[in-house]
Ligand binder design. Structure first.
Ligand code: FES
Ligand code: FES
Length: 150
């Protein structure tokens, strides 16, 4: 089946099977910044933005997304670099496995929430798991990024 997606602001047609998930469509077409982790809607490493909101690409069928806007880190590279700088300053550098999904979630939060509380920030990123940090340095980096960007 042919499905046209607006991927990083460019229309692109994909040939997909009816039961194909967006994660596989993207990775099959060399968008490998989107990672496959649990493949069960649990870890968040497959996060992309659907019309600006974070979603788990392992959990949504590509055929349902005709003409919808999908954003990966390739589409917001300058902002991802900015986010990375904040993480570096807090000593919260992420591994290459989780950082793309988390950066997209943080970017969406910046767009959606104005002056979020600490609890709102934590709630927004709750779906992006990290197996190796205590989350505190990440949280401080996110908070500074949001404050400076507002
Ligand atoms: S791979 Fe999608 S949530 Fe883990
Ligand atoms: S830094 Fe990537 S899973 Fe912890």
């Amino acid at each position: 089946m042919k499905v046209k997606l607006i991927l990083n602001n460019k229309a692109k047609t994909f040939d997909v099977s009816p039961d194909e998930y967006l994660l596989d469509t993207l990775r099959n077409h060399h968008i490998t910044s989107v990672k496959k982790g649990c493949n069960q809607s649990t870890c968040g490493v497959c996060t992309v933005l659907l019309d600006g909101k974070p979603i788990l690409s392992c959990s949504i069928l590509t055929v349902l997304l005709s003409e919808r806007h999908i954003t990966t880190v390739e589409g917001i590279q300058k902002e991802v670099d900015r986010i990375s700088d904040y993480f570096g300053e807090e000593g919260a550098d992420q591994c290459g496995f989780c950082n793309s999904g988390l950066a997209l979630t943080i970017y969406a939060m910046k767009k959606e929430l104005k002056n979020p509380t600490d609890e709102e920030i934590k709630k927004y990123v709750v779906g992006n798991l990290c197996r190796c940090s205590g989350y505190q340095a990440q949280f401080l980096a996110i908070k500074k990024y949001l404050e400076d960007a507002l």
